[in-house]
Design a binder for this molecule. Structure first.
Ligand code: NAI
Length: 254
């Protein structure tokens, strides 16, 4: 497929567990990739591991909570590839564990800056590009924590509920322009983030056992299993799907 015909995707958090697997899937479909992350070394490793060292990919180091960085990754994507057909608004952080009265406002701001402000800024800069094209698909990464409560992670859980609300608003706003917006809501997935949440819980083993027991399929999910659903939503196969919340959670919500 020539580069002119190929579609282009921007993936934030592309150096992380889920983002990297989405990049792998989309590269297999011949999609040009703009890989965005705070961690430049990890981005370079992803490019090497996925054999993306050709003209079909671009890495942009960015902090998604900073407006100038978001403007920059969007501008670079358009400069290099001309369009943004798919946008995985995926970067996120877990924040600390603790009851509400033990959490600091600083931690709340930190988590909100990345998980809410970062996702919001991404929409603010990508939507005008897609409106001009009169097409596009956006996928925000929320979490099962965007639908459920649990003790100990109020900043994260609140932030992921916000992503659900934002997805619904955005989907309604941009549908007349031929743009779809959905959210993926992973359950417990084997990535760095989950290792950190386990460690923060005080007893990684107990945390894992309890979560596996709460999951009808009886195990954590793999990032590839989330990426498969994301890849579908960021494709023309999902042409009638918008404002939807896709849980990928082994049945935990059910
Ligand atoms: P991860 O920690 O492996 O990947 C997250 C990536 O985001 C990292 O590469 C990190 O460098 C990047 N990042 C963090 N802050 C950033 C910033 N300010 N600017 C740019 N990049 C930044 O975690 P994972 O699991 O791949 O997470 C991806 C998304 O999935 C997150 O939004 C997370 O909240 C969500 N999620 C993950 C679940 C899990 O069980 N692993 C469950 C539900 C949702």
């Amino acid at each position: 497929m020539s580069q002119a015909q190929a579609k282009t995707a921007v993936i934030t958090g592309a150096a992380g567990g889920i983002g990297k697997e989405l990049a792998r899937r989309m590269a297999q479909r011949g999609v040009n990739l703009v890989l965005v992350d705070l961690n430049e070394d990890a981005l370079k490793s992803v490019v090497r591991e996925l054999n993306l060292e050709d003209a079909s990919s671009l890495i942009v180091t960015a902090d998604v909570s900073k407006e100038e960085d978001v403007q920059n990754y969007v501008n670079k994507a358009v400069e290099k590839f001309g369009t943004i057909d798919y946008f995985a608004n995926n970067a996120g952080i877990e924040g600390p564990m603790g009851l509400i009265e033990e959490q600091s406002v600083k931690a709340l701001d930190l988590v909100y800056n990345v998980n809410v402000r970062g996702v919001y800024l991404g929409l603010q800069y990508v939507i005008p590009v897609m409106k001009k094209q009169k097409s596009g698909a956006i996928l925000n990464t929320s979490s099962l924590a965007g639908l459920m409560g649990a003790p100990g992670m109020s900043p994260y859980i609140m932030s992921k509920h916000a992503v659900v609300g934002l997805t619904r608003v955005a989907a309604n706003e941009v549908a007349p322009h031929g743009i779809r917006v959905n959210a993926v809501l992973p359950g417990t997935i084997n990535t760095r983030m989950m290792r950190q949440i386990e460690a923060n819980s005080g007893s990684a083993d107990d945390f894992k056992v309890a979560n596996e027991a709460a999951t009808p399929l009886g195990r954590y999910g793999e990032p590839q299993e989330v990426a498969a659903v994301m890849n579908f939503l960021l494709s023309d196969e999902a042409s009638f799907v918008t404002a939807s919340l896709y849980t990928v959670d082994g049945g935990m919500m059910g």
